[in-house]
Design a protein around this ligand. Structure first.
Ligand code: NIG
Ligand code: FE
Length: 412
């Protein structure tokens, strides 16, 4: 199957060589080709260039993109989109004045989602989750990381990870699975966190590794959840089982999560709403990708990750949705890109780099997706006719996605 996309108004994120990620000043540049063509062969990007060098040839399909732009599908490197039920009642409680922390302390929050998930069958959980996955694909996401973390028991965590595995088997998008065994301390372990950690370390991690259900390991390193020492222990054991860290740090408090992540060569450290100068210093010169989740800041009314400070310090930055029932009930990367520009003063170039190339890196998928590069998967967004790519973040709350192609096939 050979497809020619012709008369593309602008082809975005064109990289002749795969770059692992873009950082600092380089994020200001979004390489593009105006009046472009793109050839997809067997689901892969085969060729591209300007229209005046567009080859004649035998194509199974020719798609005229006059007035439209083509870019790599979004790479959403942080989601919890496998979950059961929703938490809109807690959302209303927050409008009435309760804080996220107060709700969690009353047994709401993650514990609420865990209770519902434990009572939900694997098939039901799959059915609820696939609706969200299909929705985000239609919104332009072509690669996504999904975490466990609402199980809080060995059995329920395995159920979540098996659902992620079924999604991997049944959908053409790239999906990476992360074990988030230490997401909250269940009520029964409140007085005995050690016993819970023992369960995660001695039972859950080995079992998940044995069944090969996860690529990455995560911990919610936060005051009232898991300390830096807890995180250190879990990551150490995860490493022995081949699980690379991608961790939740600095969401509400800066307690050294960035440092423990970097110590364990985390692929990414995510959230970063609370950043001290020393946290920025720690990240310099490392291979750890900082990930901002502006949907969570928007929904909880907490600070946004200081993107400018990070990029001005020469660091890279990725953007992701954090799609989950408590702090970010939206998997819309178009909104995330908008919010990054509006609330974090990222330019459209920086935001698109953060949501494609850098997002791919934060999932270990930089050789497969995230840019228009020969040999990469043809996971693409064809936009509606637009005047310039700045219109993508500008038209917030809407999206400019006309058609999504995954491995060269249009998603219906
Ligand atoms: O990334 N911070 C920890 N975990 C999720 C939210 C969990 C929830 O409220 O359900 C997050 O924000
Ligand atoms: Fe999260």
């Amino acid at each position: 199957m050979k497809i020619l996309f012709k008369n593309i108004k602008e082809l975005l994120q064109v990289r002749t060589e795969t770059v692992p990620f873009v950082a600092g000043q380089d994020m200001k540049t979004l390489p593009t080709i105006k009046e472009a063509f793109l050839i997809v062969d067997n689901g892969l990007i085969a060729d591209f260039g300007t229209m005046n060098e567009c080859p004649e040839g035998d194509f199974n399909q020719v798609i005229d993109c006059t007035g439209k732009m083509v870019l790599p599908a979004w790479c959403d490197s942080h989601t919890h989109l496998v979950y059961a039920g929703n938490r809109e009642s807690e959302f209303v409680d927050r409008i009435h004045g309760l804080t996220y922390e107060e709700i969690a302390n009353r047994g709401g929050g993650i514990l609420n989602s865990a209770k519902v998930l434990q009572e939900t069958s694997e098939n039901d959980l799959y059915d609820q989750s696939k609706v969200r996955l299909e929705e985000v694909i239609r919104l332009g996401t072509g690669a996504v990381e999904i975490k466990s973390g609402y199980g809080l028991t060995v059995e329920a965590e395995l159920k979540m990870l098996r659902v992620i595995k079924r999604l991997q088997e049944n959908y053409p998008v790239e999906i990476k699975a992360t074990l988030l065994g230490a997401h909250a301390i269940p009520a029964a372990y409140r007085q005995n966190k050690e016993a819970f950690l023992d369960m995660v370390i001695n039972e859950l991690i080995p079992k998940v590794a044995e069944e090969n259900l996860a690529d990455y390991i995560d911990v919610f390193c936060e005051t009232g959840y898991f300390s830096v020492d807890d995180t250190d222990r879990i990551l150490e054991v995860g490493k022995q089982y081949g699980l690379i860290p991608k961790i939740h740090v600095n969401q509400f408090t800066a307690i050294g999560g960035v440092q423990v992540g970097v110590k364990h060569k985390a692929l990414s450290v995510d959230h970063l709403e609370e950043m001290r100068d020393e946290d920025i210093e720690t990240l310099k010169g490392t291979q750890t990708m900082p990930v901002a989740l502006p949907g969570c800041s928007f929904f909880l009314g907490i600070p946004y990750t200081p993107a400018r400070k990070l990029m001005d310090a020469g660091l890279p930055l990725a953007l992701a949705t954090d799609y989950n029932p408590g702090s970010a009930p939206s998997g819309n990367m178009n909104f995330v890109v908008s919010a990054a520009c509006v609330k974090m003063s990222m330019t459209p170039e920086e935001a698109i780099n953060a949501a494609t190339v850098n997002g791919a890196y934060a999932m270990g998928l930089q050789n497969k997706v995230g840019s228009i590069t020969k040999g990469k998967l043809a996971n693409l967004i064809v936009t509606k006719p637009i005047n310039s790519y700045g219109f993508i973040p500008y038209a917030f709350g809407d999206n400019q996605v006309e058609t999504v192609f995954i491995r060269g096939e249009a998603i219906k």
